[in-house]
Ligand binder design. Sequence first.
Ligand code: JA5
Length: 246
Amino acid sequence: MKIDLVTIFPGLLDGPFKESMIKRAVDKGLVEINLVDLRSYTRDRHRQVDDTPYGGGCGMILKPEPLFEAVEDLKGKAGTGNSVVILMTPQGTSFKQEVARRLSGEKHLVIICGRYEGVDERVRSALVDMEISIGDYVLTGGELAAAVIVDSVVRLLPGFLSEEASENESFSGSLLEHPHYTRPPVYRDMEVPEVLLSGNHAKIDRWRREQSLKRTYERRPDLLEHADLTPRDKVFLDTLRNVEDD
Ligand code: JA5
């Protein structure tokens, strides 16, 4: 996969992909990540990327020409013939794991990071395939949101996760994680649950599953609607509901 990030502040995205797991994926050749300075696609003497809004009003708008030229050039260089052009914007469809999964199957992503008051509408209507928001809050621009997209997509690329981690993820699906513990067995009078020290792996798996179900029920009951639940899970959830009724 190739990911091009188009921004007027490439420095904002310089760090995130040079550490840890994403760096490993880049080094392994699973993904190529390019920071593209939008200003390098300007042709005027002042290298202007923005301009004032028609009709008046405050703030600046990203001009269409540099964005069209950048995206067209990047599509040509990738040469896949089916690039997906994404605009980071609070007006986009909300980013979910399902969207990450879909994007992880693409060959080439171009992610445009918005700035100022936004982008010229012709970029939206004629250049962009998909508008994505990572949540309902305001940012100064799309760069940090784009880093979130890249992180979640790259970890899904074939060869990134160990087989065990992939299996775990597909089984736990949309449930919240169970509690985790490591040494020491007692810290400031706080004990690790005995079952985890028992060595009984069937019992440990069941305990973890029930802890996941309990957490999800308490904190994110909405997630249970789409969870893949066994008959035994459903019985356990019913006992949780009955305890609450008492
Ligand atoms: C702000 C000028 O999904 C959260 C997002 C907030 C935000 C994004 S994406 N882009 C911008 C922006 O501000 O371009």
